[in-house]
Structures are given as structure tokens and as C-alpha cells.
Design a protein around this ligand. Structure first.
Ligand code: UFG
Length: 321
């Protein structure tokens, strides 16, 4: 089976490409490299440098494929607040073109990269797929709109699963080397805390949240566990059905707990200081992952310590090259 991976030059997309190739799939990648890196695309894949917004590029990339894993998107919450039209155009408009080209090419299998940001501020913890969806950013709204668009598409033959990610971390060491998270700017906690130094300590965004130690709680999932779930989803797709499934570990860690885990892994203190709360951060996000376990027959295997140590190794490898 040949799979089109949109956004396959990005952090999560390139990890998917490597894992698909390792399991014997053939892979085509479509990426405009606006945030991804061409050198991250594993060498066994066919790479098409092009935009999701260009139907001709999508047609070229989709030719000969039997399924699609769709990662390509604008994905920075803060930027989405400043540029909502851009997020709408790329995330919603791009998926509309993809669905239309899938239909023309007779391709019915789709796995979509959705997000916990579709839920917004949760009413209850853990968050199930039936929780209400009240996104607090244009990023979350556009992903929710795409989920709804896919539900409509499934009524006329598409088989689809939307996977709603919580906090993705860690890295894969593939045959070609580490596939590191290379965001610019980097906003995520684990890469940021690994870069912290005495001169430039990690900013902890608030210690007055309604949690045990006052810092925000998140549900971290290793990128390799996340991709294993995508491949399981691809293999479980059912015609004319659209399923929505959360992907996390099912456990929460506070910012302080992540810092402690990282200190243990690195064998040194992580310099940090408390700063103001970051606008838009919910206090606690933890996934209910029972649907993923039941439907996909999947369970996350990798610990927070492994997420830290793989991120560390991958960043060191990236710095050396
Ligand atoms: N944090 C810090 N200091 C930092 C970075 C983060 O204290 O330098 C804190 C944040 O306040 C938050 C936690 O660490 O409490 C995790 O923050 P991240 O930026 O790593 O991740 P988010 O939870 O903000 O974002 C994740 C995904 C997004 C998704 C969002 C939905 O990465 O793609 O959840 O809420 F949109």
C-alpha cells in the first residue's frame, strides 16, 4: 500500500514516514517546507515539494496512493490568534482541496491529525471524545471545522479517523538518524527546558493554578507511540465511518513534575524561574484514552523520562550536524 503523508517534512510527519517505511509501506510526501525541513524526509519516500493549496501538487502527490495521513497544517496557537485568516485558508481550505482530490482519485482512506485544542477549556477531566468542543483559538477552531468537514465526507464513502493529540514529545531515532523537533520559534515545554541555562532559565508560566503544586498539568505522549496509533488507525478504517479518537498517555504531569523528571534524566538541576501565566493556557488537560485502547488495540508504552531523554539525544544530534 502506498500512503500519502501531507506535512511529511515536519516533526510528527517525518516520524510517521520513517515508521511507515519501516513497516513496509510505500510513502509519498507532500510538503511546502514552510515549517518542515526537506532533509527530515526519510530517504525511502518520494518527496513532492508543493502546497496543499495547489490542486496540481496534490494531484501529483496523491497519484498511485491508496490512503492519506494528513498532518500538513499551521499549528501555532499564538500565531493563529494573530493570523486567523491564514489558519482558515491553510487548515480548512487545504483540507477541502485534499478531500476533493482524494474523491477524484478514488481514494477513500484518511487519517487526520486533529488536536485537544478542539475541546478548549475542559468541563471535566479526563477529557473524552464526547466532551463539548469550545476551542479557545483559531488553531483549535480550524481543526474542529476540518473534523466536521470529514464527518460530512464520510457520509459519501470516505473512511476516516481523526486523532486528537494532547502534548506530543520525544523523538524517533530512525535509520537515517534522529528526527528532532525543530520548531522556530520553539514554544514547547520539553525542548525549552532542555535549553535552559543559568543565564537564560526556563520560564514557568505561573505557579498559582488550581493544581497540587500550582503549575499547569498536561498529558504528554511520545511521538513514536503517537505514530503507532496512526498506523493502527490506518489499518482499522471502515468505509463511510468517521471516528474521533483521543491520543495521550491518560496521565497528567505538572510543569514541576516534568522539570523533576528531566533533572533525573540529565543528572543536573534545570534552571527555572516563575513568570506570569501564559494567556490561553488551561490549568489541566488529561485525555481519556479508553477509546484508543479499545478501537485501535493500542496502548502508549513510553514514559515521560524517555520523552525527555529522546528529545535530549535528538537535539544534541541536530546541534552536531
Ligand atoms: N510551559 C512553561 N514554559 C515554557 C513552555 C511551556 O511553563 O517555556 C508550560 C505551559 O504553560 C503549559 C505546559 O508547559 O502549561 C505545556 O506547554 P506547551 O507549550 O509545551 O504545550 P501546550 O499544552 O500549550 O500545547 C499543546 C500542543 C498544542 C495544542 C495545545 C492544546 O502542543 O499543539 O496543547 O491546548 F494546541
Amino acid at each position: 500500500m502506498r500512503v500519502l503523508v501531507t506535512g511529511g517534512a515536519g516533526y510528527i510527519g517525518s516520524t510517521a514516514v520513517a515508521e511507515l517505511l519501516a513497516r513496509g509501506y510505500e510513502v509519498s510526501v507532500l510538503d511546502d517546507c514552510s515549517s518542515g525541513h526537506e532533509d527530515a524526509v526519510p530517504s525511502g519516500a518520494t518527496f513532492i515539494h508543493g502546497s496543499l493549496l495547489d490542486p496540481a501538487s496534490v494531484q501529483r502527490a496523491i497519484a498511485g496512493c491508496q490512503g492519506v495521513i494528513h498532518f500538513a497544517a499551521k499549528s501555532l496557537v499564538g500565531e493563529s490568534v494573530l493570523k486567523p485568516e491564514l489558519y482558515h485558508e491553510v487548515n480548512v481550505g487545504g483540507t477541502r482541496i485534499l478531500l476533493s482530490e482524494m474523491r477524484k482519485a478514488g481514494i477513500t482512506k484518511l487519517v487526520f491529525s486533529s488536536t485537544a485544542a478542539t475541546y478548549g477549556e475542559p468541563e471535566a477531566i479526563p477529557i473524552t471524545e464526547d466532551s463539548s468542543t469550545n476551542p479557545t483559538s483559531p488553531y483549535g477552531s480550524t481543526k474542529l471545522e476540518v473534523d466536521r468537514m470529514i464527518t460530512e465526507a464520510a457520509k459519501s464513502g470516505i473512511a476516516a479517523i481523526s486523532l486528537r493529540y494532547f502534548n506530543v514529545a520525544g523523538a524517533l531515532q530512525s535509520e537515517g538518524g534522529w528526527l528532532a523537533e525543530r520548531h522556530d520559534p520553539e514554544t514547547h515545554l520539553i525542548p525549552n527546558l532542555l535549553r535552559a541555562s543559568v543565564e537564560s532559565p526556563l520560564n514557568i508560566f505561573g505557579d498559582d493554578w488550581p493544581t497540587q503544586d500550582g503549575t499547569c498539568i498536561r498529558d504528554y505522549i511520545h511521538v513514536v507511540d503517537l505514530i503507532d496509533a496512526h498506523i493502527a488507525a490506518l489499518e482499522k478504517l471502515e468505509m463511510s465511518k468517521h471516528l474521533i479518537i483521543n491520543l495521550g498517555s491518560g496521565s497528567g504531569y505538572s510543569v514541576m513534575e516534568v522539570i523533576r523528571a528531566a533533572s533525573k534524566v540529565l543528572g543536573r538541576e534545570i534552571p527555572s524561574k516563575i513568570t506570569a501565566r501564559r494567556a490561553g493556557d488551561p490549568a489541566i488537560l488529561i485525555a481519556d484514552i479508553s477509546k484508543a485502547k479499545t478501537i485501535l488495540g493500542w496502548s502508549p508504552l513510553r514514559s515521560i523520562e524517555q520523552m525527555v531523554s529522546d528529545t535530549w539525544e535528538s537535539q544534541n544530534a541536530a546541534n552536531r550536524s
